[in-house]
Design a protein around this ligand. Structure first.
Ligand code: EPU
Length: 338
């Protein structure tokens, strides 16, 4: 039986720590809990909101919905000829999963260490860091399809992964409830060391060929230096996506701002570093009452306590408007706003 609550406080279920309540909330620890919660007459007719770790969401008001707190456990490995397939329950903590796979001799997720949140949330924004995106390590997922009322398997091609985007942020948003994710860790393992900052971090070490565990440690070291720990300061990692612009626009900006940070994409477009754009507008370390911009990484908005998601969105709007006015580029939030 899913454990069901009314007027449930969500402060501990979102990494910004906003103090809002859910009309109803259910702890979902199995697929049968999920079916029970969905069938519960108390929440009949109410909208549904699915929360994993709550680390990529801005809660702006009390939620008049049934909130599903996804806590399904599970870990299973199948060894194939060209890859290990690792299946994790949606509620498994992502970083713990990364560490467990490496400890079990299953490398491949090391660049994605220390990303907050759960395994079931990872596909939603196609998490990525230090040169690897989830889609490159993804096999399939299992989800409850609210249209058909059945559990389905969705393969890589069906999930429409793109930079910080997927089917589950678009048409699939109110349709699928992810219950398990299967990762594909290719064999033989090949380290991904192309991200300059990661290469620099590892170059300080003597080992010629770093192991997955060394890479995991290097990623943890970089992230710990630049990103606030949500247990200490409310935040959701990068608040804005890095904007992608046409080559002409990037060249024009580069002519005016020779220090512009940009990276060419496979299709010839350029990704600009939103953190750099925001930094140039003077927002780094700025506080606006209970919310602010992190002092070590301008892409991260923080909540010091006592504020609301509305306060945070107002600051985000001010930042996006300033970047637009100065650079003519619109930056978009990365988290889901509720
Ligand atoms: N920069 C500044 N000022 C700042 C922040 C960044 O000038 O305040 C410059 C840096 O010097 C660097 C460039 O911007 O040249 C890029 O910065 P960084 O390497 O820190 O990466 P990012 O583009 O800011 C992205 C992801 C992170 C991910 C890192 C590493 C997005 C929106 N963010 O950040 O993801 O960890 O790359 O791969 O794509 C997240 O999504 O929550 C997240 C933390």
């Amino acid at each position: 039986m899913a454990d069901f609550h009314e007027f449930y406080p969500l402060r501990r279920h979102n990494s910004f720590g906003f103090d809002v309540r859910a009309r109803f909330a259910a702890h979902v620890r199995s697929e049968s809990d999920l079916l029970c919660a969905l069938a519960d007459p108390r929440a009949h007719g109410l909208p549904l909101v699915v929360l994993g770790g709550g680390s990529n969401v801005v809660l702006t008001r009390d939620i008049d919905a049934l909130v599903l707190l996804m806590e399904i456990p599970g870990y299973a490995v199948v060894a194939g000829d060209d890859a290990y397939l690792v299946t994790a329950g949606a509620g498994e903590n992502w970083h713990a999963l990364v560490c467990r796979t490496i400890a079990d001799g299953l490398p491949g997720l090391e660049n994605l260490a220390l990303i907050p949140g759960t395994a079931g949330a990872a596909p939603i924004q196609n998490i990525g860091a230090y040169g690897v995106e989830l889609r490159e390590r993804f096999d399939s997922l299992r989800a409850f399809d609210r249209h058909s009322g059945e559990f389905v398997r969705l393969a890589l091609e069906q999930c429409q992964f793109a930079y910080r985007d997927s089917l589950f942020k678009r048409e699939g948003r109110d349709r699928y409830i992810i219950t398990a994710v299967t990762l594909r860790l290719p064999l033989p393992w090949q380290p991904v060391l192309g991200y300059a900052e990661l290469a620099r971090e590892l170059a300080q070490e003597s080992a010629a060929a770093p192991t997955a565990d060394r890479i995991r440690e290097a990623v943890i070291a970089i992230r710990t230096r630049k990103l606030p720990d949500p247990a200490q300061i409310g935040n959701a990692g990068s608040f804005f996506k890095n904007p992608v612009v046409a080559p002409g626009q990037r060249d024009a900006l580069l002519a005016r701002y020779p220090n512009l940070v940009s990276h060419v994409q496979p299709d010839g477009s350029y990704k600009l570093a939103a953190g750099w754009l925001i930094d140039q507008c003077g927002f780094k370390g700025v506080s606006d009452g209970p919310v602010g911009v992190y002092g070590k990484q301008a892409l991260v908005l923080v909540h010091h306590g006592g504020g609301t998601g509305q306060d945070l969105l107002a600051l985000a709007r001010r930042i996006a408007d300033a970047v637009q006015a100065r650079f003519g580029v619109r930056i978009e939030p990365e988290p889901v706003v509720l």
